[in-house]
Ligand binder design. Sequence first.
Ligand code: NAD
Length: 259
Amino acid sequence: MGFLTGKTAIVTGIASDRSIAYGIANALAEQGASLILTYQGDKLRDRVAKFGEKLGAEVVLPLDVARDEDIEALFDSVAQHWSRIDILVHAIGFAPREALTGGYLDSISREASSITHDISAYSFAALAKAARPMLSETASLITMTYLGSERAMPGYNIMGPAKASLESNMRFMAADLGPSGVRVNAISAGPIKTLAASGIQGFRSLLARAAETAPLKRNVTQTEIGNTAAFLGSDLASGITGEVIYVDAGYNIMGATSN
Ligand SMILES: NC(=O)c1ccc[n+]([C@@H]2O[C@H](COP(=O)([O-])OP(=O)(O)OC[C@H]3O[C@@H](n4cnc5c(N)ncnc54)[C@H](O)[C@@H]3O)[C@@H](O)[C@H]2O)c1
């Protein structure tokens, strides 16, 4: 029996077994949670279904957060089998590739800005809004962010402002849902090589620099992010809401390195 036994979790954002969402789903399952996984588009259906089997997920459902009808249909399907949701994991981010290449102003456009904010930030609030009638009294909502929300990072470009918006969304949601007992937090992960990350120009050197600079002198793993999500999703974290929790081997505290 794990500390999430009896809890039901929706985990979005699995695209591969390197996805942060995969690490989270695995950690939640290890602690006894029942899993509902979502996949973006038909192309990912079979792959995510296979991961679902491996992780013992109850069901695997489609969700493209760009589509209001998908968000509605997801919670309609969930409501057919479950009366409540205890954990909702938002591990979704997207920016058009050209917006992640070159300098900030060279790469930015109205369209890229709008899509990036829509998919990467607004969608967390949209999912919470649709999930609200089903959220249990101790539900925990978790999103994934990055230090680029606060500091200018080469190549991260429009994702930086979108992550700032996501974190602000998270705080407003925490204030809004807090009176009903629901907690909302963000995990700020250090860089991890995933499909989304490989779209960022210069990601490899970012990874190397992060390991060099961080107090723990290494990068973090999906398992470490997953374990933190399991903690935040559980009643062990019952006093924590509206926070950005750094799981980055300590990188964010550093001002300069000695080597
Ligand atoms: N990898 C890192 O270094 C890192 C660091 C900090 C935060 N993050 C964040 O973690 C989250 C997960 O990313 P990842 O690194 O695991 O990469 P990933 O490519 O494995 O996952 C990104 C996921 O977003 C989903 N997605 C994109 N657009 C979507 C849409 N319209 N509807 C539904 N799903 C959509 C993709 O299907 C994919 O599953 C993102 O929010 C990312 O910004 C990643």
